[in-house]
Design a protein around this ligand. Sequence first.
Ligand SMILES: [Zn+2]
Length: 503
Amino acid sequence: MRLFAAVFFGLGVVFCRAFELKNFNFGDHGYNSVLTLLNETNKLCPDISRIYSLDEKTVEGRDLVVIEFTADTPGTHVVGKPEFKYVGNMHGNEVVSREVLLALVAYLCQGYREKNKEVTWLLQKTRIHIMPSMNPDGWELANSRPRKNGKKPWLDGRANANNVDLNRNFPEVDKLEYKYEKLKDGLNNHIMTLNKALSTPHLAPETRAVIKWLYSIPFVLSSNLHGGDLVANYPYDESRDYSKTSQYSASPDDVLFRYLAKSYSKFHPSMSDPMRTPCDMSGDQDLPEFKDGITNGAKWYSVAGGMQDFNYLATNCFEITLELGCNKFPYPKEEKKYWEDNREALVNYMFQVHIGIKGVVESNGKKVPNATIKVINMTSGSPIKHDVLSGKLGDYYRLLMNGDYKIRVVADGYYPEERCVTVSNKHMKEAQVVDFNLTPSSSKEPERRNDCVPSRQLDLDGGMEQKLQDSLYDRIYGDYVYNTNDYQLYDYLKRILRPVIGI
Ligand SMILES: [Zn+2]
């Protein structure tokens, strides 16, 4: 399965170099023990880590603690170095995410100290933020509840100490976006400023703290980790038709999001396994919808006010939501297995922050923040109606699948600039750098370039992801390879089917 996943995603990842954690105690990490573990890690790896807390505390006065990892420059955003985050335990009674993120913290530190090639590369090229618990108050409540038949109560500790479900508490950006979609050239990104977001009524302090965090760091990719099921969930979370509790609600980046979700599920030993036991033993109907271990959020069930869609629609960050297992609060002795099951997926997903393109928008040496980066997929001929903006230092990051694109940069006071780009993502390779030097509109208009011509030499593994994922090829042969690790057959089919698929 690993080999197939690696080939399928065109990233060449085979995690044969994954290593065992030393001196890590799996178990229920209470608030103080989380702080101790983070501090000890920071002492072990002072050059590559930093601990900080968000602006506001929880209802009960606990810090929302984050540990950041990056080589050379902890504490500073560096142009060209993408920002990544994992947020765990948003629902306080879903503890697996908290435990696996703490293990990941130890793993990154140990991997760097032992000069593990992948960990070192990741930390040199990425700034990674890990918040093991967004709801430490809820964890305390859940932890205090006795087990019955081995299980904690299903809901106690899910919400914060004021009984607010944090994953329903973000500003409802989906509704706004669905209105904008109906307008010609309606806003498709950053549809809410920080001040507007903070003025939303009834924000919990934890939500408010996270909103400020999202606007203060130019995050590119993230995941929000949960428990209670086993699936990778991607935007949108809310149905376009609000009356429907289940409706596939594709975002403009649907193909990319499905890829991102699979870049987790396929690296987990059972998330994408069609034969796995459903979580709801009474006859859960989720599995047909969870093909490949992924689901569109609204298709599963519609959620308003979730954190995932807020990231995508109000900031530059692309986020998916991961459900790490049926049992929300397993026994401490089971947690090592959860870590082992998620280790490769957690690492592989972080690498995805390096797909696509990145660069700086400037004009004669002056950085241009808030420039709009628009993308037209030349392979399909359609625009991807979700723009990203350049940050304060003029840098931008645009996650993209392999393929041909026209990139158009628009900024007030400048002529638009276009560039043709062929994206070819590879494992342990940074996003392609595509810088823009804009001409002020007070100067003579520069000559236009020729229109982009799509390349015909696309990499089948990733270039035609949508075609591949939906194709007969994937449906018929994908599962075979998936089940048998038959790379040679996969390679053979790839070659003979290339002309049939038409690329
Ligand atoms: Zn949850």
